[in-house]
Design a protein around this ligand. Structure first.
Ligand SMILES: Cc1cc2nc3c(=O)[nH]c(=O)nc-3n(C[C@H](O)[C@H](O)[C@H](O)COP(=O)(O)O)c2cc1C
Length: 245
């Protein structure tokens, strides 16, 4: 094997393969993390209406029109728009056999992805980093402040991350999925995040908002911004959202 074939990516794919003769390593055991996060001590809590802002739309038209948008106008987002986007990404849409299903699929219905929002310009909402508490459909303030420059810097100086009305920041809680899938869980974290982001893009397109997915960022800096311990929870993906030109 040349060095390209033994790189970390190739080794990860090799070691997390399901094969008929073995389902991967079984030695590591991980504890189960709670099914969702909440911040009961949050200085502010904002309840949103999950049904708000969900205007009728044509799915086929949204698929055809979806594009990564990096230019936004000054108009702030509205709480109703934010509610519609949060519902499309992580809204609870059904309950069966003890599982609470959400708008986007998740391996084993474990939902290891957490949603944070960097709110830059949303009508009536304190700028800062918020966490989305999925069960109550509420936002919890993690840190108030103007994080436009910090976020753009964390995103390899992609300035649109500071110009958007809000930026979705998705993290993965490792032990919410690893107890079941062990190291293979890491594949599923990114797959889950991809589904969530596509729902965001289609919903935003239907509302005539612009979205750009962002995979290029300094992981440590994003994790510090949302205040998570990278041993437990890692940055996966970002998406900026703003009103369109
Ligand atoms: C995993 C992933 C990571 C991406 N990261 C970035 C990024 O860091 N910056 C950016 O401007 N666009 C990013 N994009 C957007 C792509 O550039 C865009 O999807 C691609 O050019 C195709 O264009 P479209 O989305 O308009 O169809 C990313 C897209 C994906 C799926």
């Amino acid at each position: 094997m040349n060095s390209e074939e033994t790189g970390i990516g190739r080794r990860y794919l090799e070691e997390t393969r399901y094969r008929r003769r073995s389902m991967g390593e079984r030695s590591l055991a991980y504890p189960r993390a709670p099914l969702y996060k909440e911040y009961p001590e949050a200085a502010q809590r904002l309840s949103l209406a999950p049904e708000a802002g969900r205007l009728p739309a044509d799915l086929w038209q949204a698929v055809a029109a979806r594009r990564s948008q990096r230019n936004y106008v000054d108009r702030p987002l509205t709480p109703a728009e934010l509610a519609a986007l949060l519902w499309a990404t992580q809204g609870m849409t059904g309950c069966m056999g003890g599982y609470h299903f959400r708008a986007a699929p998740s391996a084993g219905a474990l939902y290891p992805v957490e949603t944070y929002l960097a709110v830059h310009r949303v009508e009536g909402v304190t700028p800062g980093i918020w966490h989305f508490q999925v069960v109550d459909f509420a936002l919890e303030l993690v840190a108030a402040g103007d994080f436009r420059q910090d976020l753009a810097a964390a995103g390899l100086s992609q300035s649109f991350l500071g110009e958007a009305g809000a930026v979705f920041i998705w993290t993965g809680v490792l032990n919410r999925a690893r107890w079941k899938y062990r190291e293979r869980a890491v594949r599923y974290l990114f797959l889950d995040a991809g589904h969530i982001c596509q729902n965001l893009m289609l919903a935003a397109t239907a509302l005539n908002l612009g979205v750009c997915p962002v995979g290029a960022f300094f992981d440590d800096e994003v994790e510090r911004l949302v205040g998570v311990d990278q041993q437990d929870e890692v940055a996966l993906y970002l998406a900026s959202v703003g009103a369109r030109i």
